[in-house]
Design a protein around this ligand. Sequence first.
Ligand code: F6R
Length: 607
Amino acid sequence: MCGIVGYVGERNIESVLLVGLERLSYRGYDSSGIATLSDGELSYWKTPGKIWELEKVLQNMNVQGTVGIGHTRWSTHGEPNEVNAHPQVNTVKKIAVVHNGIIENFQALRQKLIAEGYLFRSQTDSEVIVHLIARYLQDDLLEAVERTLLDLEGTYAFAVIAEADPDRIIACRKGSPLIIGLGKNENFISSDINAIIQHTKEIVYMDDLDIAILNKSQVEFKKLGGAVYAKPSHQITWDAESADKSGYDHYMLKEIFEQPTVVRNIISNIVKGDQIQFDDLRISNEDLNRTTRFIIQACGTSWHAGLVAKYMIERYARMLTEVDISSEFRYRQMISGINDIVVAISQSGETADTLACIREAKSKFFKVLSFVNVRGSTIDRESDGVIHTLAGPEVGVDSTKNYVARVITLCLFTLYLAQLRWTVSPDQIKEMLADLKKIPDYIDQILAQKDKVKAIADRYYKKREFLFIGRGVNYPSALEGALKLKEISYIHATGYAAGELKHGPIALIDENLPVVCIAPHCSTYDKMMSNIQEVRARKGKTIVIATEGDAEIEAYADDIIWIPNTSEDLTPILTVIPMQLLSYYIAVNLECDVDQPRNLAKSVTVE
Ligand code: F6R
């Protein structure tokens, strides 16, 4: 994972690099650092911890320079400490490198370089890059970088600066994202657009095996061993989206409370009267009609949204839908049909496992349709068709408003398909759209119960284990509820299809185990009632999420949180809200770092 940023120009270099790193910290935040060249002299500073720790280190430093690079890290090789933080420098500290990706043959390279006398200070795979460049550097940095690339196996986006070439940054990409920002008398590199969008909107997307050579007046591109070639630039049409806490204690809480607005915004963008329209769909209605199967690829929370979509697509559009965890996709020998469509779901649009799936799918001539939140991301650009999920920037690592945004857009897509294939009558579509339009108000009503949810969290936050159970379209909700809790509170939590309880997990239940039971009014209600009673019979504590007015279920609940009545397939959008709040308040009680939980990153760009 990790984020990298670089700058050549006359602005305050410390500020450009730090602001960039702050905006990239969703990619990793266990340590960070910068390196600059000033009057041909290399300086660097790095530290474990969040970006503000680096700001503290730099407070009394006089950071100067017209060329600089920065890095925010999510550790793969070597624990998060100062030595393993980037920039990595060569033995005599004249060359600095920041790297995102994994050098797979680093062990062999490292042994070879150590035998030749190079001094390794870190446990990182990245350090071999800087020593290799030093090894090959005679008088041309570019040539040394190109020779280095020939030795590297694995993935990388890296940037190098060196005293031997004091006015330039050289940046290379293979498998990890990297963009170039073009300015007037200044140029930028970054892992994503948002880190530099406040400075320039003219962007060049680097492709695999591209090398960029930047000085302040120009950027040249070449392929390894090839001649300089022209790459088109793109004008970004959106603005930097601000993401502040707006008075909330944490981004996560703010993002939970933004959900009604997000849903209203999605509906007003996609639903015009009774018509559902997708602007960037780019896959024809003929192709969608010809399709016999969707194969959904996603990870984590996006995978849960994909599972909800399977229920909806099969029910309304009557189309076979499979859902894979992206990292598992390649291990099954997928039987491909010529009309299948691979559907990728990704908030960041950079998740390496999902990206690998869509690349494999494209190599097998599948059409790829992606549901992506971050515009301009790699999955956005590499897919045949895209549906943007319009949730806006999400800073909290625990995905909340983006989950709801994904489920809503997938629901609208299902209705679009159903319309196209005449599997649902126009009246039913109208009815569903009318129900959907009520969802923002319903979410508001659930959010209004926040004090009640907080009180439940206050009672249960010391428990070390939770179970979440649901059925049918709310089975994915159980998985999502459990994931939210464990991610930010470090409490072990498992989501189960409620019918599976009796096949093993029921052995866990005793008076110490809180069980979150998702039981809105729907076709699985009676069966859920039986499961709740099974839990109660074994003295488990039941925290029930139920439909308002359900007096029957109240008798079996130790605690109850109400959701308004809505159609069955929309219930996952509502049932997840109390579980988001519950996780949030439990994590706050435990004094966890809610927005940046340990070991995680918002964008997972390694496989
Ligand atoms: C959980 C969470 C992760 C992501 C997963 C996929 O709160 O955010 O499980 O859903 O890493 O990320 P995207 O959606 O960016 O592909």
